[in-house]
Design a protein around this ligand. Structure first.
Ligand code: FMN
Length: 196
């Protein structure tokens, strides 16, 4: 697919089939992660965790499900997102996806905030690769923020991260319940000002 065609197919998928992605598709997605730019070339500050174990995902979703109970807060968070899931009694932040890849970063204070930029670049690269493969995917922020906000349910250790790393972003990947379809590209979602 050419790049702009790929952008037409890229979207956030929130409904997946149970079928696991193939090992070769996973390798392609991890290759895309490794192809992303990282500030100061510090790839050693990044760590990826591939979770394909349902029990682990269920454990990780505890904090998000608890946070989802605070509907007033959730309403503020969902923003312009379709709020169909708002009425759900229980909430699976991973939407039943069979694979979730977490992007963790070494804790650092030399370039404050660069870790989030790095995680976003890597995650977006995987998101585009998934679309190219016809797979559905969606960024995972809510689950990780919930884990930070509800420390007693902090499941960071469940990810078995190397010392000093913190999970910042993730991506849920799987076969979409409905095949990806092309959307018109927009030019007015983001405001722009020009200094000429
Ligand atoms: C940094 C970031 C975090 C996100 N976190 C979540 C999330 O936790 N859960 C979710 O369902 N969608 C999440 N999204 C997806 C956005 O809601 C989605 O990209 C946006 O609504 C635009 O829709 P589209 O991707 O289909 O064009 C996230 C996107 C980004 C860039």
């Amino acid at each position: 697919m050419d790049y702009f065609e790929l952008l037409r197919y890229r979207k956030s998928t929130r409904k997946f089939t149970d079928a696991q992605i193939s090992p070769s598709n996973l390798t392609t997605i991890l290759t895309a992660a490794n192809s992303a730019p990282v500030g100061s070339n510090l790839y050693r500050d990044i760590h990826l965790t591939v979770v394909q174990n349902r029990d682990v995902l269920d454990k990780l979703s505890e904090a998000a499900a608890k946070r989802w109970e605070d509907k007033a807060k959730v309403k503020k968070i969902v923003g312009d997102m379709p709020a169909a899931e708002l009425s759900q009694k229980s909430y699976d932040p991973f939407y039943g996806a069979p694979t979730v890849i977490f992007v963790s970063h070494r804790r650092q204070d030399i370039q404050p905030g660069i870790e989030f930029s790095n995680a976003a670049c890597i995650t977006y690269s995987m998101h585009l690769a998934a679309a190219e493969l016809g797979l559905g995917s969606v960024f995972m922020w809510f689950a990780l923020e919930s884990m930070r906000e509800i420390p007693e349910l902090d499941n960071t250790s469940v990810l078995k991260l190397p010392d000093g790393f913190e999970p910042l972003l993730g991506i849920a990947v799987g076969h979409p319940a409905q095949a990806l379809s092309a959307r018109a590209l927009k030019t007015d979602r983001i405001t722009v000002n020009y200094l000429r």
